[in-house]
Structure formats: structure tokens, C-alpha cells
Design a binder for this molecule. Structure first.
Ligand SMILES: [Zn+2]
Length: 160
């Protein structure tokens, strides 16, 4: 069976017991930005359930323009008041250069590679803090997920 068939077969089972939800707003008023790394299960790692939080993922869990766009919708249209940026150990973006990534992919895009993981997370939190359209956000935290232990450590947490 091909991959697409496998997906559609699984969906038949899923849909057979599916119950729809009343609204699209995250009930915990929370958005989590994290990496697309397959070793991270953000809902289980943080004790969250479907419907409770927005989860925005990209390579590195970096705060790119598109993540800002999604977070702006989260905050202003869907009631999010807390943002967690959760980067992780062993990320594929650590220790590679923008030039390497552009050469390896053939894409002339900003890849936001990570030199110093702590500095990168600080930089991403500062980007959110620096956007005045996030003034309504009351909690902003920077987490690091350890892919060896599953333990989350807090690098930064600001509550207003
Ligand atoms: Zn990663």
C-alpha cells in the first residue's frame, strides 16, 4: 500500500469515531511554537489535548515572518494570551550555516540556522516582545525540549 492510501485508510477509522468541536479558539488561550522534529510530540510533552492550544511548527521552531503571522491571528482573532516557544536539543539547524542550507536545498530562502541555541531562543523571544501587536499577550516563555530525556527546561518566562 502506498503512503497516501495508508493515510486515507487511517482517516476512515479516525472519522468513524470523530466528534466535532464547538469552536476554533484554543481553550487554554495558548500558542506553542516548536520545531517540526519528529521526536517532539508537543501535546503529550506538555499535557495538552486537542482544542486547547495552537501548535505552530517549522524547522527549528524559529520565529519567522510566517510564524508572526500565525501568532497575530492566534492573539487577535482567537483569544490567545500566552505564547511558548519550545526549541530543542539536537536540532538539525544547530551548527549549520545559512550558506550550507541554501546550497543543500537549492533554495535561496532565509533558513534561520542556530549558532548558539540559547542566543537563538533569546533572539526569537525578543522578536515577539518587540512586536507591538503582541502587547496584549500576558505570558511569553522560552522552553527547551531535551530529545534524549523528554524533559522541558525553562530558559525564560515573562508574565505581565
Ligand atoms: Zn529541530
Amino acid at each position: 500500500m502506498g503512503e497516501i492510501d495508508r493515510l486515507l485508510t487511517s482517516n476512515e477509522q479516525y472519522a468513524s469515531t470523530f466528534s466535532s468541536m464547538s469552536g476554533a479558539s484554543p481553550t487554554r488561550k495558548l500558542a506553542v511554537v516548536t520545531c517540526m522534529d519528529t521526536r517532539i510530540d508537543p501535546l503529550r510533552a506538555l499535557g495538552l489535548h486537542i482544542g486547547e492550544a495552537h501548535v505552530i511548527r517549522n524547522a527549528g521552531g524559529r520565529i519567522t515572518e510566517d510564524v508572526l503571522r500565525s501568532l497575530a491571528v492566534s492573539v487577535h482573532l482567537l483569544g490567545v494570551q500566552a505564547i511558548v516557544v519550545m526549541q530543542h536539543t539536537g536540532c538539525g539547524l544547530i551548527g549549520v550555516s545559512e550558506e550550507d542550507l541554501q546550497r543543500l536545498t537549492g533554495a535561496s530562502l532565509p533558513f534561520h540556522p542556530i549558532g548558539d541555541p540559547e542566543a537563538a531562543l533569546d533572539e526569537d523571544l525578543a522578536t515577539i516582545r518587540g512586536a507591538d501587536y503582541f502587547n496584549a499577550v500576558d505570558t511569553l516563555a522560552g522552553f527547551r525540549f531535551d530529545v534524549e530525556t523528554g524533559i522541558v527546561s525553562v530558559q525564560s518566562c515573562t508574565e505581565r
